[in-house]
Design a protein around this ligand. Sequence first.
Ligand SMILES: Cc1cc2nc3c(=O)[nH]c(=O)nc-3n(C[C@H](O)[C@H](O)[C@H](O)COP(=O)(O)OP(=O)(O)OC[C@H]3O[C@@H](n4cnc5c(N)ncnc54)[C@H](O)[C@@H]3O)c2cc1C
Length: 498
Amino acid sequence: MSIMTSDFKVCIIGSGIAGSLAALKLQEREVDVTVLEAGSWEDSLIDSTFYEVYDRFPWLKNLAFKIPGFTYPWVDSERDRFTNSGEREYDINKRRHKGIGGTVGRIKPIWHGWAIRPYPEDFNKNSEFDFGADWPLSYRDLEPYYFEAEQEMAVAGRADNPYRDREEYPIQKPKFDDLEQVFSPLEDQNILNIHSIPIATDPDTNDLSLFTTNSHIQRGIDEGVDYISNAVVRRLRTGDQGDRIDSVLYTKNGETRNLCADHFVVAAGGIESARLLLLSKNTEHPTGIANSSGCVGKYFMEHPMLKVTGDLEDPRRDILSEEANGELVSHEYYKPSEENPHSIMIGFRKQSGKEVSLLGVTEMAPQENNRISLNKKVTDDYNEPVPDISLSFNDRNTAALERVEKILLELCEILNVKVKSIHGPENPIYVNHHIGTTRMGDDPDTSVVNRNLRTHDIRNLSIISSSVFPTGFGVNPTLTIAALSLRAVDHICEQLGK
Ligand SMILES: Cc1cc2nc3c(=O)[nH]c(=O)nc-3n(C[C@H](O)[C@H](O)[C@H](O)COP(=O)(O)OP(=O)(O)OC[C@H]3O[C@@H](n4cnc5c(N)ncnc54)[C@H](O)[C@@H]3O)c2cc1C
């Protein structure tokens, strides 16, 4: 164990993968880090099963709230209150986790571990396809950080994606022969190519169990990171000039305290990061901290997913043995074009027996009216306005979802899958990705953070989260969050002269 002390102190708000990875890397570079986390160490015992039960039996939640003293272990009725004002209902508490280690999970995984890099063309979709907003960074800028993130997250993959020029992954993933055979007619008939999914695994074991934040948190603690649990950050406070954050105000066990630091990092996830900036408004920043552009909270994006489930009415169903687990994807429809700029990822999954599912994950375009704002009429356990999520689809989103539905049904026909249920364009599934509410850009008039994730308005404040993504890509966000976290650390160290 090497506990270091340094002249510089960084305070990170949130201990998910964004916060815990940044904390470890800063402390390794001799910057003292304190992490303030709203959730507890005990909350980190929750795993994905709880989320699946909650998802399948939502009425249990309402019942639980009516029994005095009983709440879902990870959702407190008052602490986690929210409202919806858009056309779409969006339950954030199914889709995030408050606890040391965040939504990825610390002791057991909550997430599914898909760790897929975007493609170079994902970063300039506006200039190339008149879609969304360009990233101020290119894929090349991030490539070394993707490489490092994949090492940190022990990503297991196979170089079998014909759409990607890729040689190898840190860990070689086994082949799902059975599952590949089941879906092989699609390749045999030249409809599309199917390939494996890179998965983040536990860096401390060799058994391909899913990645959790535990390893980084433990290594961070060994280096000297101070994790403070049950510490709900309520305000970022600026000094007299309003150009620096002097301290944060947080409440722990009913007591409100102040914590000073040289640099602050908001890593509180795609919803709470924006909410905290808005809550922290003051005389110098009347619309919220880092909000001179008015963009904080705006351009919220998810990845709406359609799902078709059915029975395989074909001799190939005998291949669907117990071993035929796992999931496969196709990026055949990922490449954007002028006609279809939304990237689409198709997934193939064995359910049970002869039942299979085909999934279609779609990219959303950033829209100003899809946003997180403060609902002053409804308050949480600290009497603070709760986050309101406004989510609606425009015509382009709907057209993309209709296209996906058509693709999935055509594929089912080719595969001889008798369709039993569909989550279609009118009731898509959301895949728990909170993107875009503190967008990154070069122009301070239209973005919240610069390309180094430092806020345009305040020199000693950075944001690390999928909230900074200007567009959401068609792949899962967490590998990119980790890559951005590593890149932000370089810039914070440079700024601190480390
Ligand atoms: C069921 C499920 C499956 C998923 N599967 C995948 C997948 O396969 N691949 C993928 O890429 N992504 C997946 N995701 C999404 C992934 O989990 C998130 O992208 C990722 O965890 C976000 O990390 P983060 O560190 O930015 O935020 P979080 O992990 O959400 O961490 C934010 C932390 O900040 C804390 N916090 C919030 N407000 C405050 C405050 N005011 N004061 C102090 N602390 C605060 C929270 O308690 C939380 O612990 C999945 C999510 C779910 C729910």
